[in-house]
Design a protein around this ligand. Structure first.
Ligand code: G3P
Ligand code: MG
Length: 261
């Protein structure tokens, strides 16, 4: 299963986080309204048993809601009573999938692991996606900072494309990317240099950068061959991307290697 995208790609970060409460349905609608072809959002688990899957970035509720405490200790019924900004509810992954398809967007589902629950979070997110992602639609694009989470994604849906999110590059990042058979490398724009971007690009994988809201910085990154940018403000960067040469590329998962006989 492959995902065809046009580069340079503008991906709404947490929806359109500069214009609407992050990781809410309103934010995803706003990204689509601004013309973003794709959105990124953070998927994590609740305190239910088995856990439900919701959109949320932080480990705790304080910064973006009127609640408090650990997200993965609170049941969905209680999380749904909170105000996630401008009266928005914390969305479930399932209702987000429905909206994505209604709006015709590509989705980058970032598996945001609950503290010390990498595999459990990834299994819940992948199960929800497997159950609710329409079989006839192009696949979602899965990413994570967590290698164990990416291993779960690879094992469960080897043919869905994966992105390796990088904060501090480990020495063996190339080996990890090869083993996980990731389609892209997703880097922090502030933490890389033109040289390190060139070395990341030398593996042949498209490199995407987060989180960029400044048009000049975006233009410079595109000039360095960055294939996609995560932005809180799609409408600011879409005209910058439109000035670049356009190219269609496909992102693919790869089947894991067969065990040796
Ligand atoms: O996926 C890109 C970006 O969302 C990664 O960082 O912390 O905003 O989830 P963060
Ligand atoms: Mg994210």
């Amino acid at each position: 299963m492959t995902l065809t995208i046009t580069t340079p790609l503008i991906i709404g970060h947490r929806g359109a986080a500069a214009h609407a409460p992050e990781n809410t349905l309103a934010s995803i609608r706003e990204a689509a309204r601004q013309g973003a072809p794709a959105v990124e959002f953070d998927a994590t688990i609740t305190g239910d048993d088995p856990p439900a899957v919701i959109l949320f970035h932080d480990d705790t509720l304080e910064r973006t809601t009127n609640g408090g405490g650990a997200v993965d200790h609170m049941p969905l019924s209680q999380l749904r009573t909170l105000d996630a900004g401008q009266g928005e509810q914390i969305p479930t992954l399932q209702e987000t999938i429905a909206l994505i398809h209604e709006l015709g967007l590509h989705a980058n589902v970032e598996i945001k692991v609950a503290p010390d629950r990498d595999v459990e979070t990834a299994e819940a997110v992948m199960a929800d996606l497997a159950n609710h992602w329409p079989a006839d639609a192009p696949p979602p694009f899965i990413s994570s900072f967590s290698v164990p989470a990416l291993e779960v994604a690879q094992a469960q849906k080897p043919d869905w494309p994966r992105g390796y999110l990088i904060w501090d590059k480990p020495d063996n990042w190339r080996a990890i990317a090869d083993r996980l058979q990731v389609a892209t490398l997703n880097i922090n724009a502030e933490r890389e240099t033109p040289d390190s971007i060139a070395s990341l690009r030398s593996t042949g994988r498209p490199v995407m950068a987060y989180t960029v809201n400044d048009p000049d910085q975006a233009a410079s990154l595109f000039d360095q061959g960055i294939a996609g940018i995560f932005t809180d403000t799609p409408k600011t960067l879409l005209p910058v991307a439109a000035k670049q040469p356009q190219q269609q590329i496909t992102l693919a998962g790869r089947a894991p290697p067969r065990p040796k006989p």
